[in-house]
Design a binder for this molecule. Sequence first.
Ligand code: SF4
Length: 249
Amino acid sequence: MTAQIPQTEEKIRVSEIFGPTIQGEGALIGQPTVFVRTGGCDYRCTWCDTLHAVDSQYRETWTPMTAEAVFAEIKKLSGGEPLMVSLSGGNPAIQPLGPLIEIGKNKGYRFALETQGTIAQAWFAHLNILTLSPKPPSSEMKTDWAKFEECLAAANGKPQIALKIVIFDQQDYDYARQAAQRYPTLSLYLQPGNHTPPSGQNSEQHIVDMEGINARLRWLAEKVTADQWYEATVLPQLHVLIWGNRRGV
Ligand code: SF4
């Protein structure tokens, strides 16, 4: 009889782990966090600002790691002091992140995940906060609301859930209004898009048009108040205001 070969643990494809820094977006804006950015995405948004974690040309920079190895790095970066861990991508929902969340939560760490809402995972229910960020028309992606519903169902009412929508123009704004009408109980965050995103590995060389971003932020703030859309929270990308397109901050 041949001996059974033990199953090797499924690895997480990691693009980068960095921090502590502050969360630059959405419900946790300004809060200290360590980021785990996974590699790979089922979308290709026209204005994606994390191409180095999306485009397969950067695949060789992604490292397969066990949950234990990822947690060891988080622990090292945070000095062993539990904090919020932000799981981002790419689309982190592609990756087997359940064991990492379990290990970290047992040590007092909290976990936030942001995804566009195309792939549901049972472990969403173990997150502390789930941000669903469906992509508006300017991304040139099409929202599958049935898949989005599956993500909500997987969360099973356990984590706090936020709806975050990036807005570049009027069409995106109209999309956001419709999405908010669909899910009136979710807290809602609107964020002006960065039309000068980093191009991939050479992000630091890519100059941000801060004036243009601020103009869009003003437009959005004035529009939301003029429309008496009082449930919306309008926020910039704080890390872009502070560091521009720099990576690892
Ligand atoms: S879903 Fe996010 S990570 Fe994926 S391509 Fe769009 S912006 Fe980039």
